[in-house]
Design a protein around this ligand. Structure first.
Ligand SMILES: Nc1nc2c(c(=O)[nH]1)N[C@H]1C(S)=C(S)[C@@H](COP(=O)(O)O)O[C@H]1N2
Ligand SMILES: [Mo]
Length: 319
């Protein structure tokens, strides 16, 4: 029997159901024997290395998230980033990703495809701070103090053709660095997608910093998406390719289990996950479960895009 000290905030592995538990026998077999590594908490010093301050004005419209920002000492060590492992404690492992000289490819239905240096892109985008509620499909939540820019600004820079109806995002692919990418049962690279309308919504945010600093590697440095009215898995990390298309992108989790992690993934307390309720959520850093709200409380900004249909996870299979 193993004993280890668990910080008070740590959520017992049994109290949330991980996104990956549907996995088939192949994955379960391969996952055996990795238990010991899960017990060690990451060394904080290493996970902090090379992080510089990043200052931007607060956007007053998103200053108050209704709850205080979740402490960095929690959020920086409780992550989902399957490229670096399927536990929550991947912070150390994620430090292996080298983001110097990072480039982002803009492709597909645009006036002209191009590749842009991340630093160059940052220089062209209007940075601001926003406090966003984040709701994982596993029924835990946090408030993240992000720095970033509206995705709509990047869409404008990309000059999509009028025929583009979706935006497809991809994470880097480098199995030498992200060892979990050697596992062939996952459909790497991690892929996500939005409709153009969703991408142009004021809430869609490209995150390049958190807690007044450059983004931690484990948060998805150098650049990740956050769509706070959708379940957390839509908020793809470490993006290096953005493609405009007229076909609905097949996202990573949808490809794995389309009835559990559908394309729309709008937060909806009334549509349970096939294996657990979505009616409430555990607020990271507290012992409290609070009621989950439609669109994670962002109804005012997004409801008009969906009409009468919130289109939550798996909904198109159950209708
Ligand atoms: N590339 C990539 N992006 C990802 C994930 C992932 O495994 N890989 N996990 C998603 C899930 S399930 C969640 S809840 C959030 C977690 O973000 P955080 O670790 O910054 O809290 O990232 C999302 N983006
Ligand atoms: Mo998640």
């Amino acid at each position: 029997m193993h004993y280890h000290r668990r910080p008070s905030w740590a959520i017992a592995d049994s109290s949330v159901t991980p996104e990956h538990v549907f996995l088939n026998r192949r994955a379960l077999l391969a996952g055996m024997g990795m238990g010991a590594g899960l017990l060690a908490l990451p060394g904080r010093g290493r996970a902090e290395a090379g992080i510089s301050p990043l200052e931007a004005p607060q956007n007053p419209a998103f200053a108050d998230a209704g709850r205080p920002a979740t402490d960095e000492s929690l959020t920086a060590f409780y992550n989902n980033y399957y490229e670096f492992g399927s536990s929550k404690r991947i912070a150390d492992e994620a430090q292996k990703l080298d983001v110097t000289g990072w480039k982002v490819k803009i492709a597909g239905l645009v006036e002209e495809e191009f590749e842009i240096d991340f630093q160059d892109l940052m220089g062209r985008m209007p940075l601001e701070d926003r406090n966003y509620r984040h709701r994982c499909v596993e029924a835990w939540s946090m408030v993240a103090p992000w720095t970033g820019f509206p995705l709509s600004k990047l869409v404008e820079l990309a000059k999509p053709l009028s025929s583009a109806t979706y935006v497809k995002f991809q994470t880097f692919l480098d199995p030498d660095v992200a060892t979990e990418q050697r596992a062939t049962w996952w459909p790497w690279p991690y892929t996500e997608g939005l409709t153009i309308d969703e991408a142009m919504n004021e809430l869609s945010f490209m995150v390049v910093g958190a807690y007044g600093k450059e983004l931690h590697k484990q948060f998805g440095a150098p650049m990740r998406l956050h769509t706070p009215w959708k379940f957390g898995f839509k908020s793809i990390k470490a993006i290096d390719r953005i493609e405009f298309t007229d076909e609905r992108p097949l996202s990573f989790w949808e490809e794995l289990a389309e009835n559990e992690y559908g394309f729309w993934a709008n937060v909806n307390p009334e549509v349970p996950h096939p294996r657990w309720s979505q009616a409430d959520e555990l607020v990271l850093g507290t012992d409290e479960r609070v009621p989950t709200r439609l669109y994670n409380g962002y109804e005012e900004q997004v409801a008009a895009m969906y009409g009468d249909l919130p289109q939550s996870v798996g909904e198109r299979f159950w209708r």
